[in-house]
Design a protein around this ligand. Sequence first.
Ligand code: NAD
Length: 294
Amino acid sequence: MTAKIIDGKAIAKKLRAEYHARVEVLRSRYNVTPALAVILVGDNPASQSYVRNKIAGCKEVGIRSELVELPASTTEEQLLDHIERLNNDVTVHGILVQLPLPAHIRVPSVIEKISVEKDVDGFHLYNMGGLVTGNTVFSPCTPYGVQKILEHENIRVEGQNVVVVGASNIVGKPTALMLMQQDATVVICHKKTRDLGHFTLLADILVVAAGVPNLIVPQIVKTGAVVIDVGFNRLPDGRIVGDVDFEGVKEKASYITPVPGGVGQMTVTMLLHNTILSAERAATATTSPFRRRA
Ligand code: NAD
Protein backbone atom coordinates (compact mmCIF):
# COMPACT_ATOMS: atom_id res chain seq x y z
CA MET A 1 0.00 0.00 0.00
CA THR A 2 1.23 3.50 -0.80
CA ALA A 3 -0.34 6.30 1.18
CA LYS A 4 -2.09 9.33 -0.15
CA ILE A 5 0.19 12.23 0.70
CA ILE A 6 -1.91 14.94 2.29
CA ASP A 7 -1.12 18.34 0.84
CA GLY A 8 -1.38 20.66 3.85
CA LYS A 9 -0.33 23.59 1.72
CA ALA A 10 -3.26 23.11 -0.67
CA ILE A 11 -5.74 22.68 2.20
CA ALA A 12 -4.40 25.80 3.88
CA LYS A 13 -4.65 27.75 0.62
CA LYS A 14 -8.27 26.72 0.12
CA LEU A 15 -9.20 27.62 3.70
CA ARG A 16 -7.39 30.96 3.48
CA ALA A 17 -9.41 31.86 0.38
CA GLU A 18 -12.60 31.13 2.37
CA TYR A 19 -11.32 33.23 5.28
CA HIS A 20 -10.50 36.10 2.93
CA ALA A 21 -14.12 36.07 1.79
CA ARG A 22 -15.31 36.16 5.43
CA VAL A 23 -13.11 39.20 6.06
CA GLU A 24 -14.70 40.92 3.06
CA VAL A 25 -18.16 40.28 4.53
CA LEU A 26 -17.08 41.73 7.88
CA ARG A 27 -15.78 44.83 6.11
CA SER A 28 -18.74 45.42 3.83
CA ARG A 29 -21.55 44.45 6.20
CA TYR A 30 -20.21 45.60 9.57
CA ASN A 31 -17.36 47.98 8.70
CA VAL A 32 -15.08 45.80 10.84
CA THR A 33 -11.53 44.77 9.97
CA PRO A 34 -10.36 41.78 12.04
CA ALA A 35 -7.17 42.57 13.91
CA LEU A 36 -4.53 40.43 15.59
CA ALA A 37 -2.01 41.82 18.08
CA VAL A 38 1.22 39.84 18.34
CA ILE A 39 3.54 40.45 21.26
CA LEU A 40 7.16 39.45 20.80
CA VAL A 41 9.52 39.72 23.76
CA GLY A 42 13.27 39.52 23.09
CA ASP A 43 15.12 38.62 19.92
CA ASN A 44 14.91 34.84 19.61
CA PRO A 45 15.44 34.27 15.84
CA ALA A 46 13.02 31.30 15.69
CA SER A 47 10.30 33.36 17.40
CA GLN A 48 10.96 36.27 15.03
CA SER A 49 10.53 33.94 12.09
CA TYR A 50 7.26 32.46 13.47
CA VAL A 51 5.92 35.97 14.06
CA ARG A 52 6.83 37.08 10.51
CA ASN A 53 4.96 34.06 9.21
CA LYS A 54 1.86 34.89 11.25
CA ILE A 55 1.89 38.51 10.13
CA ALA A 56 2.29 37.48 6.48
CA GLY A 57 -0.71 35.15 6.93
CA CYS A 58 -2.77 38.03 8.33
CA LYS A 59 -1.92 40.16 5.31
CA GLU A 60 -2.89 37.39 2.92
CA VAL A 61 -6.46 37.15 4.24
CA GLY A 62 -6.98 40.85 5.05
CA ILE A 63 -6.49 40.78 8.83
CA ARG A 64 -4.85 43.87 10.28
CA SER A 65 -1.87 42.94 12.43
CA GLU A 66 -0.25 44.91 15.19
CA LEU A 67 3.24 43.83 16.25
CA VAL A 68 4.30 44.82 19.76
CA GLU A 69 8.05 44.26 19.97
CA LEU A 70 9.48 44.42 23.48
CA PRO A 71 13.07 44.06 24.72
CA ALA A 72 14.13 40.88 26.60
CA SER A 73 14.49 43.05 29.73
CA THR A 74 10.71 43.76 29.80
CA THR A 75 9.28 42.98 33.23
CA GLU A 76 6.28 40.74 33.73
CA GLU A 77 4.31 43.73 34.98
CA GLN A 78 5.10 45.74 31.85
CA LEU A 79 4.05 42.84 29.66
CA LEU A 80 0.79 42.47 31.60
CA ASP A 81 0.15 46.20 31.10
CA HIS A 82 0.49 45.79 27.33
CA ILE A 83 -1.98 42.88 27.42
CA GLU A 84 -4.39 44.92 29.52
CA ARG A 85 -4.30 47.74 26.95
CA LEU A 86 -4.99 45.28 24.11
CA ASN A 87 -7.76 43.57 26.11
CA ASN A 88 -9.50 46.95 26.34
CA ASP A 89 -8.95 47.91 22.70
CA VAL A 90 -12.19 47.10 20.85
CA THR A 91 -10.42 47.28 17.49
CA VAL A 92 -8.24 44.28 18.44
CA HIS A 93 -9.90 40.85 18.17
CA GLY A 94 -7.03 38.49 18.91
CA ILE A 95 -3.99 38.68 21.18
CA LEU A 96 -1.07 36.32 20.86
CA VAL A 97 2.05 36.30 23.02
CA GLN A 98 4.81 34.50 21.17
CA LEU A 99 6.41 31.78 23.32
CA PRO A 100 8.93 31.10 24.75
CA LEU A 101 9.24 34.11 27.02
CA PRO A 102 12.40 35.19 28.88
CA ALA A 103 12.90 33.08 32.03
CA HIS A 104 12.01 35.89 34.46
CA ILE A 105 8.42 36.08 33.10
CA ARG A 106 5.87 33.54 34.31
CA VAL A 107 4.06 32.17 31.25
CA PRO A 108 0.85 31.13 33.12
CA SER A 109 0.31 34.67 34.50
CA VAL A 110 0.73 36.10 31.02
CA ILE A 111 -1.63 33.65 29.34
CA GLU A 112 -4.28 34.07 32.05
CA LYS A 113 -4.13 37.83 31.56
CA ILE A 114 -5.32 37.59 27.95
CA SER A 115 -9.07 38.06 27.69
CA VAL A 116 -10.68 34.68 26.97
CA GLU A 117 -12.59 36.34 24.11
CA LYS A 118 -9.28 37.34 22.46
CA ASP A 119 -7.27 34.19 23.29
CA VAL A 120 -6.98 33.11 19.65
CA ASP A 121 -4.11 30.72 20.49
CA GLY A 122 -6.53 28.85 22.75
CA PHE A 123 -4.01 28.54 25.61
CA HIS A 124 -6.01 30.26 28.37
CA LEU A 125 -7.05 27.91 31.20
CA TYR A 126 -10.73 28.53 30.35
CA ASN A 127 -10.14 27.43 26.78
CA MET A 128 -8.06 24.46 27.94
CA GLY A 129 -10.83 23.44 30.34
CA GLY A 130 -13.38 23.82 27.57
CA LEU A 131 -11.61 21.07 25.66
CA VAL A 132 -12.77 18.62 28.30
CA THR A 133 -16.41 19.64 28.00
CA GLY A 134 -16.33 20.41 24.28
CA ASN A 135 -17.08 24.12 24.39
CA THR A 136 -13.90 26.09 24.03
CA VAL A 137 -14.17 29.71 22.92
CA PHE A 138 -11.20 29.06 20.62
CA SER A 139 -9.62 25.72 19.74
CA PRO A 140 -5.82 25.66 19.97
CA CYS A 141 -4.37 26.13 16.50
CA THR A 142 -2.19 23.07 15.86
CA PRO A 143 -4.72 20.49 17.13
CA TYR A 144 -7.44 22.37 15.26
CA GLY A 145 -5.28 22.13 12.14
CA VAL A 146 -5.02 18.36 12.61
CA GLN A 147 -8.81 18.16 12.95
CA LYS A 148 -9.32 20.25 9.80
CA ILE A 149 -6.96 18.01 7.82
CA LEU A 150 -8.95 14.92 8.86
CA GLU A 151 -12.21 16.70 7.98
CA HIS A 152 -10.88 17.83 4.60
CA GLU A 153 -9.83 14.28 3.68
CA ASN A 154 -13.19 12.91 4.87
CA ILE A 155 -11.44 10.66 7.37
CA ARG A 156 -13.92 9.31 9.86
CA VAL A 157 -12.89 9.79 13.49
CA GLU A 158 -15.93 8.39 15.29
CA GLY A 159 -15.25 4.94 16.72
CA GLN A 160 -11.67 4.90 15.41
CA ASN A 161 -8.63 4.01 17.49
CA VAL A 162 -6.58 7.19 17.75
CA VAL A 163 -3.11 7.15 19.25
CA VAL A 164 -1.47 10.48 19.99
CA VAL A 165 2.28 10.32 20.59
CA GLY A 166 3.24 13.35 22.67
CA ALA A 167 1.40 14.76 25.66
CA SER A 168 2.27 18.46 25.67
CA ASN A 169 -0.30 21.06 26.71
CA ILE A 170 -0.17 22.79 23.33
CA VAL A 171 -0.31 19.81 20.97
CA GLY A 172 -0.66 16.27 22.33
CA LYS A 173 -3.22 16.68 25.11
CA PRO A 174 -5.57 19.09 23.27
CA THR A 175 -5.41 16.95 20.11
CA ALA A 176 -6.39 13.89 22.14
CA LEU A 177 -9.27 15.73 23.82
CA MET A 178 -10.59 17.16 20.56
CA LEU A 179 -10.60 13.77 18.87
CA MET A 180 -12.20 12.19 21.94
CA GLN A 181 -15.00 14.77 21.58
CA GLN A 182 -15.60 13.23 18.18
CA ASP A 183 -16.06 9.81 19.78
CA ALA A 184 -12.70 8.31 18.92
CA THR A 185 -11.10 5.85 21.34
CA VAL A 186 -7.98 7.73 22.31
CA VAL A 187 -4.65 6.69 23.80
CA ILE A 188 -1.93 9.21 24.65
CA CYS A 189 1.70 8.08 24.68
CA HIS A 190 4.69 10.07 25.95
CA LYS A 191 8.33 9.64 26.71
CA LYS A 192 7.66 7.46 29.74
CA THR A 193 5.41 5.09 27.78
CA ARG A 194 6.78 1.55 27.87
CA ASP A 195 6.76 -0.22 24.49
CA LEU A 196 5.47 2.59 22.26
CA GLY A 197 4.87 0.20 19.36
CA HIS A 198 2.44 -1.85 21.44
CA PHE A 199 0.11 1.17 21.36
CA THR A 200 0.88 2.69 17.95
CA LEU A 201 0.14 -0.61 16.24
CA LEU A 202 -3.47 -0.26 17.42
CA ALA A 203 -3.90 3.13 15.77
CA ASP A 204 -6.31 3.65 12.89
CA ILE A 205 -5.25 7.29 13.18
CA LEU A 206 -1.77 8.03 14.50
CA VAL A 207 -0.95 11.62 15.43
CA VAL A 208 2.70 12.19 16.30
CA ALA A 209 3.96 15.28 18.14
CA ALA A 210 7.08 14.27 20.05
CA GLY A 211 9.87 16.28 18.46
CA VAL A 212 11.97 13.15 17.82
CA PRO A 213 13.08 12.48 14.21
CA ASN A 214 12.38 8.94 12.98
CA LEU A 215 10.51 7.97 16.15
CA ILE A 216 7.79 6.29 14.09
CA VAL A 217 9.10 3.54 11.82
CA PRO A 218 6.98 1.24 9.61
CA GLN A 219 7.29 -1.69 12.04
CA ILE A 220 5.16 0.16 14.62
CA VAL A 221 2.47 1.40 12.22
CA LYS A 222 -0.68 -0.56 11.43
CA THR A 223 -1.21 -1.26 7.72
CA GLY A 224 -3.67 1.30 6.34
CA ALA A 225 -3.31 3.74 9.24
CA VAL A 226 -3.75 7.48 8.80
CA VAL A 227 -0.50 9.10 9.95
CA ILE A 228 -0.44 12.77 10.89
CA ASP A 229 3.06 14.04 11.62
CA VAL A 230 3.08 17.22 13.70
CA GLY A 231 6.81 16.98 14.46
CA PHE A 232 9.08 19.70 13.16
CA ASN A 233 12.79 19.01 13.58
CA ARG A 234 15.84 20.66 12.05
CA LEU A 235 18.63 18.13 11.43
CA PRO A 236 22.32 19.10 11.78
CA ASP A 237 22.57 19.27 7.97
CA GLY A 238 19.76 21.86 7.92
CA ARG A 239 17.00 19.57 6.62
CA ILE A 240 13.55 19.84 8.19
CA VAL A 241 11.93 16.51 9.08
CA GLY A 242 9.00 15.34 11.15
CA ASP A 243 8.86 12.55 13.72
CA VAL A 244 7.89 9.88 11.21
CA ASP A 245 10.15 7.92 8.87
CA PHE A 246 8.20 9.32 5.93
CA GLU A 247 9.71 7.19 3.17
CA GLY A 248 9.19 3.94 5.07
CA VAL A 249 5.80 4.67 6.61
CA LYS A 250 4.23 6.00 3.40
CA GLU A 251 4.47 2.45 2.00
CA LYS A 252 2.31 1.14 4.84
CA ALA A 253 -0.14 3.93 5.71
CA SER A 254 -3.30 4.93 3.84
CA TYR A 255 -2.75 8.67 4.38
CA ILE A 256 0.32 10.56 5.54
CA THR A 257 1.25 14.20 6.05
CA PRO A 258 4.70 15.31 4.84
CA VAL A 259 7.06 17.59 6.75
CA PRO A 260 7.33 20.29 5.62
CA GLY A 261 4.07 20.86 3.75
CA GLY A 262 1.67 19.11 6.11
CA VAL A 263 0.39 20.19 9.52
CA GLY A 264 2.76 23.17 9.74
CA GLN A 265 0.80 24.98 7.05
CA MET A 266 -2.37 24.60 9.05
CA THR A 267 -1.32 26.07 12.39
CA VAL A 268 -1.13 29.69 11.22
CA THR A 269 -4.22 29.15 9.08
CA MET A 270 -6.24 28.22 12.17
CA LEU A 271 -4.88 31.28 13.98
CA LEU A 272 -6.27 33.38 11.13
CA HIS A 273 -9.56 31.51 11.45
CA ASN A 274 -9.79 32.17 15.18
CA THR A 275 -9.07 35.87 14.72
CA ILE A 276 -11.80 36.21 12.11
CA LEU A 277 -14.21 34.21 14.29
CA SER A 278 -13.48 36.58 17.17
CA ALA A 279 -14.19 39.62 14.96
CA GLU A 280 -17.42 38.00 13.72
CA ARG A 281 -18.53 37.38 17.29
CA ALA A 282 -17.68 40.94 18.30
CA ALA A 283 -19.56 42.33 15.29
CA THR A 284 -22.69 40.24 15.76
CA ALA A 285 -22.97 39.21 19.43
CA THR A 286 -24.94 41.12 21.98
CA THR A 287 -23.25 39.21 24.79
CA SER A 288 -19.75 37.78 24.87
CA PRO A 289 -19.26 34.09 23.99
CA PHE A 290 -17.42 33.75 27.31
CA ARG A 291 -20.33 35.07 29.37
CA ARG A 292 -22.87 33.15 27.32
CA ARG A 293 -21.04 29.91 28.00
CA ALA A 294 -20.02 30.58 31.59
P1 NAD B 1 7.07 19.15 23.80
O1 NAD B 1 8.55 18.96 23.89
O2 NAD B 1 6.40 20.13 24.67
O3 NAD B 1 6.37 17.74 24.06
C1 NAD B 1 6.84 16.58 23.47
C2 NAD B 1 6.01 15.41 23.93
O4 NAD B 1 6.51 14.24 23.28
C3 NAD B 1 6.11 15.13 25.44
O5 NAD B 1 4.84 14.81 25.94
C4 NAD B 1 7.04 13.94 25.54
O6 NAD B 1 6.74 13.10 26.66
C5 NAD B 1 6.77 13.22 24.23
N1 NAD B 1 7.93 12.44 23.79
C6 NAD B 1 9.22 12.86 23.70
N2 NAD B 1 10.00 11.83 23.31
C7 NAD B 1 9.19 10.76 23.16
C8 NAD B 1 9.42 9.42 22.80
N3 NAD B 1 10.65 8.96 22.54
N4 NAD B 1 8.36 8.58 22.73
C9 NAD B 1 7.11 9.04 23.01
N5 NAD B 1 6.84 10.30 23.37
C10 NAD B 1 7.87 11.15 23.45
O7 NAD B 1 6.79 19.43 22.27
P2 NAD B 1 5.50 20.10 21.52
O8 NAD B 1 5.53 21.54 21.72
O9 NAD B 1 4.28 19.31 21.83
O10 NAD B 1 5.93 19.80 20.00
C11 NAD B 1 6.10 18.48 19.52
C12 NAD B 1 6.63 18.54 18.13
O11 NAD B 1 5.66 19.19 17.30
C13 NAD B 1 7.91 19.33 17.96
O12 NAD B 1 8.68 18.75 16.92
C14 NAD B 1 7.42 20.69 17.53
O13 NAD B 1 8.39 21.41 16.77
C15 NAD B 1 6.26 20.31 16.68
N6 NAD B 1 5.23 21.35 16.55
C16 NAD B 1 4.81 21.61 15.30
C17 NAD B 1 3.82 22.55 15.12
C18 NAD B 1 3.35 22.80 13.74
O14 NAD B 1 2.69 23.79 13.51
N7 NAD B 1 3.65 21.91 12.81
C19 NAD B 1 3.28 23.24 16.20
C20 NAD B 1 3.72 22.93 17.48
C21 NAD B 1 4.70 21.96 17.64
